[in-house]
Design a protein around this ligand. Structure first.
Ligand code: AMP
Ligand code: GLY
Length: 431
């Protein structure tokens, strides 16, 4: 299918983060985009799309909105609506969407399901066991020893994983999930797996149910503090490309991880369409799968998508149609990109909303992109903080060092005393 044979479409993009602002930016430039709508969007997305006050995870409201707007194609950013079955509900109304159906979304919705698929497909990963009661879970960690990793089965907004360096820490994690029910139903089942060590890399595969194409790789910074210290977050910064993710490495990931996963999902009657995000750890024994996510990463998208020179909307559309055999060649700019996340003080804990952000225009220098995450316009039309992760400042350059310097120069222009950021994004690669 050549681009000329696809009619320009009315697009609805679901989500409100920096990932969605980056996706909106790419979709908007496609000749296949006739109109761009977003639900709910943020103050940045509102500059390029019509935003609608509908929560992305409110499936029936999303379907009603898509019908009202006569949407041709829905692009889903976050995992929650996918796990809630938004793609299935839209399909029932004959509305095409990019993302996995509910049965396939279990690859992220249930870590026990994901591990079962991965083991069946003979993909390298940490050895695991699944538990539904605290007593057996504790007996298991006692037998296996620390360090050990405890994961809630269900979605826990990135907070359901404990990498326990001692048995006490592991026991606490089991109690928190199973006795105190901190994660509600998501923690009723636990996956306990072996501890792995090595650099991490996120690889993105575009899948159409049967075929997959690599859409690049990025490195995230999950800890809140400089030098990778403090609690885990959704991600405080990212860069792309990544040195260890050579073309050979990526080809190996496609052959030994992604393709067997697609085959196994087909076997289970749940073909996988959408972005499959492989979180990998490069151990002394080679790459091993930490987890699958059923969507692009945030903030990884903010450094991968702006480097993509192929029409993203056309790729999404072909994947959703099961026609990736007709996809154009994937091309990336040779530039490096580095993203600094600005978060509200207190993140990943509780944060205050409503503080005013100044300096956005000054920061928007050459070779810089600013993607909004938790932002909202107040009644005076000022950009205010409206969440934990608030802004993404992306610098581009011929090498990573230049991209880093550019991103931090721009970040310093932002006048927002209630915010903070890490000062060392990219440090491992630049060492
Ligand atoms: P996940 O949500 O599964 O990606 O886990 C969050 C983070 O916990 C990962 O990015 C890793 O840094 C860490 N992690 C998860 N599983 C393991 C493991 N088996 N061994 C060591 N670290 C892990
Ligand atoms: N940055 C990690 C994620 O999107 O899950």
């Amino acid at each position: 299918m050549s681009q000329a044979s696809i009619k320009p479409m009315r697009i609805l993009l679901l989500g409100s983060g920096g990932r969605e602002h980056a996706l909106a930016d790419a979709i908007k430039t496609s000749p296949l985009c006739a109109e761009l709508h977003s639900a709910p969007g943020n103050a940045g997305i509102a500059q390029i799309a019509a935003c609608h006050d509908v929560k992305a995870e409110d499936v029936s409201a999303v379907v009603a909105l898509a019908q009202k707007l006569e949407i041709d194609f829905v692009v889903v950013g976050p995992e929650t609506p996918l796990v809630a079955g938004v793609v299935d509900a839209l399909a029932e109304k004959n509305i095409l969407a990019f993302g996995p159906k509910q049965a396939a979304a279990q690859l992220e919705g249930s870590k026990a399901f994901m591990k079962d698929v991965v083991v069946a497909a003979k993909i390298p990963t940490a050895t695991h066991e699944v538990f539904t009661d605290a007593e057996s879970a504790k007996a298991n960690i006692q037998k296996r020893g620390a360090p050990i990793v405890i994961k809630t089965d269900g979605l826990a907004a990135g907070k359901g994983v404990t990498v326990a360096m001692s048995l006490d820490e592991a026991r606490n994690a089991i109690d928190e999930a199973m006795t105190d029910k901190v994660f509600a139903e998501a923690g009723a089942k636990l996956v306990i797996e072996d501890y792995m060590e090595g650099p991490e890399v996120s690889v993105f595969a575009l899948c159409d149910g049967a075929r997959a194409i690599c859409l690049g790789a990025a490195q995230d910074h999950k800890r809140v503090g400089d030098g990778d210290t403090g609690p885990n977050t959704g991600g405080m910064g990212a860069y792309s490309p990544v040195r260890i993710a050579t073309p050979e490495f990526l080809q190996d990931v496609m052959t030994r991880f992604i393709e067997p996963t697609l085959t196994e999902m087909q076997k289970r009657g749940a073909p996988y369409k959408g972005i499959l995000y492989a979180g990998l750890m490069v151990t002394a024994q080679g790459p091993k799968l930490i987890e699958y996510n059923i969507r692009f990463g945030d903030p990884e998208t903010q450094v991968v998508v702006p480097r993509l020179q192929t029409d993203l909307l056309e790729l999404f559309y072909l994947a959703a149609q099961g026609k990736l055999n007709e996809a154009p060649e994937i091309k990336f700019s040779s530039h490096h990109a580095l993203c600094v996340v600005m978060a509200a003080k207190g993140y990943p804990g509780a944060v205050e909303k409503g503080s005013i952000i100044h300096g956005l225009e000054k920061a928007a220098q050459e070779n810089v992109k600013i993607y909004h995450a938790g932002t909202k316009l107040n009644s005076q039309n000022e950009v205010t903080a409206n969440g934990g992760r608030v802004l993404n400042i992306i610098g581009f350059g011929a090498d990573l060092k230049t991209a880093q310097a550019t991103a931090y120069d721009a970040t310093k222009q932002i006048d927002w005393p209630q915010g903070f950021y890490r000062h060392d994004i990219g440090w491992r690669e630049l060492q």
